[in-house]
Design a protein around this ligand. Structure first.
Ligand SMILES: NC(=O)c1ccc[n+]([C@@H]2O[C@H](COP(=O)([O-])OP(=O)(O)OC[C@H]3O[C@@H](n4cnc5c(N)ncnc54)[C@H](OP(=O)(O)O)[C@@H]3O)[C@@H](O)[C@H]2O)c1
Length: 213
């Protein structure tokens, strides 16, 4: 069983991952600016209030950790559209040297379908709309992915399709090869399932699969 740091643990995929990792016997450091408000209690859960942009906060969070799951997100509002967005690249630039310094090798990061080379799998007409709405955020996710793939760490990048909320883990597809990449829906619980599995499964090491139903 691992001790995992979840960066962005207070809502969405991060919260679902926190819950599932605990259920599956792992210990969790749940990190977010609002980590104190996480409504979970568990002997193997440590809630840590901190900012992923701040080196001192992240260094503290990494103490005693075996692996890191990054599930950061920015609010879906006009600022995401008009930008600038730099959370993903800044937080990753903060994290990577600290992981190397502390000898923590396993990094599992959520970006999204449309990040990196998966952008070219969006149909051309849809890509126009995608760029208009998500261009700033995904431009920064592109940078985040580049930083991760060049890090030399044992990384897996996870690119979910459109997120929906269902509590129960269901069936989802892990599309590893580029020729199969497509958009679709996937639940946050299913993404969480995949993320937690990566703690004990190295099949997707140095891969960036798309997750859809
Ligand atoms: N919506 C979709 O359909 C879709 C599709 C594909 C991919 N995605 C991506 O999937 C990811 C997760 O999305 P989600 O909706 O499940 O998550 P979310 O609810 O947006 O949660 C984001 C998390 O990041 C944390 N966070 C933000 N800024 C932080 C900071 N400076 N320091 C520490 N923590 C910080 C938030 O906590 P605090 O605010 O408390 O700090 C929160 O825990 C996002 O990157 C999103 O772009 C979304």
């Amino acid at each position: 069983m691992a001790t995992v740091l979840i960066i962005g643990a207070s809502s969405g995929i991060g919260l679902a991952t926190t819950r599932l990792a605990l259920e599956r016997g792992h210990s969790v450091v749940a990190f977010a600016r609002s980590a104190g408000q996480i409504a979970l209690q568990h002997a193997r859960l440590r809630k840590l209030v901190g900012n992923a942009r701040k080196t001192d906060d992240v260094r503290l969070a990494l103490a005693g950790v075996d692996a890191v799951i990054q599930t950061l997100g920015v609010p879906a509002n006009t600022r995401m559209i008009t930008g600038p967005v730099d959370l993903f690249s800044t937080a990753t630039t903060t994290l990577l040297p600290l992981m190397k310094e502390l000898g923590i090798r396993r990094l599992i990061s959520v970006t999204g379908f449309g990040a990196g080379e998966s952008r070219s799998s969006i149909a051309p007409l849809q890509r126009l709309g995608f760029n208009l709405v998500f261009g700033r955020a995904y431009g920064d996710k592109d940078l985040q992915e580049q930083l991760i793939t060049q890090s030399g760490l044992d990384w897996t990048i996870v690119r979910p399709g459109v997120l929906i909320n269902t509590r129960k883990v269901g069936r989802y597809r892990v599309l590893v090869s580029q020729q199969n990449w497509r958009n679709g829906i996937v639940s946050r619980s299913d993404v969480a399932d995949f993320l937690v599995r990566q703690l004990t499964d190295e099949t997707c090491l140095k891969q960036a699969p798309v997750l859809v139903r």
